[in-house]
Ligand binder design. Structure first.
Ligand code: ZN
Length: 475
């Protein structure tokens, strides 16, 4: 029996408990930095499994790490458990229906993400102990992936400085090694301060902060024509200055997200956006304040790790979905548009398969799909540690990210089979790495070649701290 078959058996031996864990996390959806019950569930599991636990990583009460084993290399397996606002949804149905009106929901599948990562870490721990192999495995419980970028704070605090390899996954509609395409992203607030006055009787005395925001937005919209085509800029009004049109608005605030293909490109683009903001302030005689809210780096690829993960995937094959899973996935697909489904295939770079509600194939390594890039705080981990991610099918092909349909499928048969499959891919790769120093060295060399010329500089200004709520809410 090969090593990978043995480790898969360790995964199967513990999977039931982790399917239950995933369901419990689904049932208590908590958003960025408030994942108190979710982290307590993960803590209880780490403790039950006998991990050595470190809490409050980077001073964040909902960040946790468990380590097992001794000597040898350190393999980190990254999990998440935060939910999204406004995506409360009853499980197992194919129509939108909230559990709690306006409530939170696991619309990105992080209930599965964390549970599968912890199952993988547990299986590697048990394997190392059974085989008497030197090596350490860590589970990192990373909060606030959605809009909070907690991993960046964890990287900045040095929690990954002695890690050799990081492995993670994300629930998806296809099975593949992630192509490491994500954008560096900074969120920044621009606050303009003007002078209030009566908008009819004394308009000449007023200086409108809202005018400044509008002029900034116009300026940035002209800037778009002259920026790299894969960069993205979007904005939301945080404070329009009030609801009275007869008062010149003295304060207004707009939040920008500035995204680019890499850190250097993002920094350059931010400087140009700042110039537009200064111009708007000058035109309106208002005062400008700028503050970074959060920032993440782009993902760095790692060819040896990706090839090794692809081998794991191909030996495992796709998850063994059954008729009930396919039937429910087909019902979900009937709520989607053809464009949703076509986009999922285009993103994966594979030809559309008819009558295939759940992915029954592995996307070949190196397949070029249509770039549809978001951002992730795994990016910052990938700059300091060789990192690789799997995407494993847990929902119907075409299910949009951050949708009620993902929340609905979060406790389904496809979710359970996909998450156990993901744990096998990650644990299998970890075991292969611990037994193959050459592969480890090649992964390190690949990482060095990508960072030698452009060493990592944390995109967060030093003064930006994790936005932790003032106290743990009473439950
Ligand atoms: Zn996600």
């Amino acid at each position: 029996m090969k090593n990978s078959e043995t480790i898969w058996q360790f995964v199967d031996a513990r999977k039931d408990a982790y399917e239950v864990l995933s369901d419990r996390i689904w049932e208590t959806p908590e958003i960025a930095y408030t994942e108190f019950s979710s982290v307590a569930e993960h803590r209880a599991m780490l403790s039950e499994e006998g991990f050595h636990i470190t809490e409050n990583l980077a001073g964040i009460p909902t960040a946790i790490m468990g380590e097992a084993g001794d000597g040898g290399p350190v393999i980190a397996i990254l999990g998440e458990y935060d939910a999204l606002p406004g995506l409360s949804q009853v499980a197992g149905i194919a129509e939108p229906r909230e559990v709690v009106a306006g409530g939170h929901g696991h619309g990105c599948g992080h209930n599965m993400l964390g549970s599968a990562a912890l199952l993988a870490a547990t299986s590697v721990k048990n394997y190392l102990a059974a085989q008497g192999i030197k090596g350490r495995v860590r589970y990192y419980g990373c909060p606030a992936e959605e809009g909070g970028a907690a991993k960046v704070f964890m990287v900045r605090a040095g929690h990954f400085s002695d890690v050799d390899i990081a492995i993670t996954w994300h629930p998806a509609s296809v099975n593949r090694v992630d192509d490491a395409m994500s954008l560096a992203n900074t969120r920044m607030d621009f606050t303009f301060k003007g002078r209030a006055s009566h908008a009819a009787a004394a308009p000449h005395l007023g200086r409108s902060a809202l005018d400044a925001v509008e002029l900034m937005n116009v300026g940035v919209n002209y800037l778009r024509e002259h920026m790299p085509s894969d960069a993205r800029i979007h904005y939301a009004l945080i404070d329009a200055g009030g609801i009275a049109p007869n008062v010149v608005q003295a304060t207004a605030k707009v939040r920008y997200a500035v995204r680019a293909r890499d850190l250097a490109g993002m920094r350059a683009l931010i400087e140009r956006v700042k110039k537009v903001a200064h111009g708007a302030a000058m035109m309106t005689e208002t005062r400008l304040e700028m503050a970074v809210v959060s920032a993440v780096s782009n993902l760095l690829a790692n060819t040896p790790l990706e090839e090794a993960m692809q081998r794991q995937l191909e030996r495992l094959g796709p998850p063994a979905f059954d008729e009930a899973d396919r039937k429910y996935a087909a019902q979900i697909q009937s709520t989607l548009t053809q464009e949703d489904i076509q986009s999922a295939y285009a993103r994966a770079g594979v030809a559309i398969k008819k009558d295939t509600p759940l992915c029954d194939f592995i996307v070949p390594y190196g397949t070029k799909g249509a770039p549809m890039m978001g951002s992730t705080d795994v990016g910052d981990v990938s700059w300091v540690v060789p990192t690789v991610q799997a995407r494993i099918a847990t929902h119907a092909i075409g299910t949009p990210g951050h949708s009620w349909q993902i929340t609905a499928q979060g406790k389904s048969g496809q979710a359970k089979k996909g998450m156990v499959h993901a744990a096998k891919v990650m644990a299998g790769l970890a075991v292969e790495l611990l037994g193959d120093p050459t592969l480890l060295a090649r992964a390190r060399a690949d990482h060095k070649s990508r960072t030698d010329m452009t060493p990592y500089v944390c995109p967060l200004p030093a003064q930006v701290k994790p936005p932790i709520p003032p106290s743990k809410p009473e439950r």
